[in-house]
Design a protein around this ligand. Sequence first.
Ligand code: BGC
Length: 389
Amino acid sequence: MKGMFPRKISVLVFLLAGLAISGCRQSMDQSKTMSPGITVSEFGVLPDGRIASLFTVQSASGMEMRVTNYGGIIVSLTAPNRDGKQEDVVLGFDSLDQYVDGSPYFGAIIGRYGNRIGKAQFSIDGESYSLAANNGENHLHGGIAGFDKVLWDATSFSEGTGHGIVFTYVSPDGEEGYPGTLSVNVTYLLTADNRVVFSYEATTDKATPVNLTQHSYFNLAGPSSDSILSQELTIPAGHFTPIDVGFIPTGKIESVEGTPFDFRTPTSIGARIDQDNEQLLNGLGYDHNFVLNDGSANLKLAARVYDPESGRIMEVTTNEPGIQFYAGNFLDGTLTGKGGHIYPYRSGFCLETQHFPDSPNKPSFPSTILMPGKLYATQTIYTFSTDAE
Ligand code: BGC
């Protein structure tokens, strides 16, 4: 896995490998400082006895990110409002048990394939593969036990002004139906200039689809807010991929011009979400992939969200060709989140950078097949600022 890091990363401390790998039950009640800016404590015990850790990463500017190696889940992430007040801007749970019992992918690493694969099957070079149909007849977010349910090995590191965690996992050949042994590194880096940098790397020994992403649900108005609908979204995409009633892309790439999918100028999420539009009806609101591909593999702005109430701004840059904007349409008030806060309908949004859904079955979409000897490497950055800057 060493060669998978082209960037210079100084790994300061090797954390918890013994605990995570052996799964032995040891007490980690005390929070320990692992390296500057990072402490670790026990988050909880999985049903099989393995211990999940909770890493608290502090930035010099005052942001704090708490992450567990169960699913690589971002449990909390603070960002300053226009008065400098740090508040948690992601949805999640207080306990590991709640994540294990049933989470709509709150804050997790998604793999091997973020988003859906139609009819839970695909073929490569004439060989067909069947995956778990965990979303109607389709496959969603890597299957029944996707990367969101993996206990990742975790290592802390510092780079430049930031501190972060490297998550590693080797997904065995055949896991969830996918071919090839897939070695994966995902890093989260919190910087002093209020950025969270996600870097994804993978290698395989057989051709296999890979589409890794991060599934944090945001509400920039803070933890007591019940709605995202007044938050203003910009997506500089002229096209999106329309879907059928099973949320599978039709294969067309359509212009956003004159549709409720035109976010090229800042528009509140709620302004058009309930319009009588076939695509909004199919998606039960916004749950669509926007086409960012400008023909380059450079980092580019993929989305910007502004909360007029708090003044918070979040920008998403990525070198991925797509971004899924999901408006929390399946949140229905049945989940009790952090601090006892109940998450109502559309109280969090996701902006999942990705290749397009169902690409393994859509030859016209950019390929998601990773070949042996090739390095999968993508990057996405969330940058936080305010309207006071
Ligand atoms: C998908 C939604 C899905 C949600 C699950 C999103 O990435 O686009 O359709 O319901 O994940 O929480």
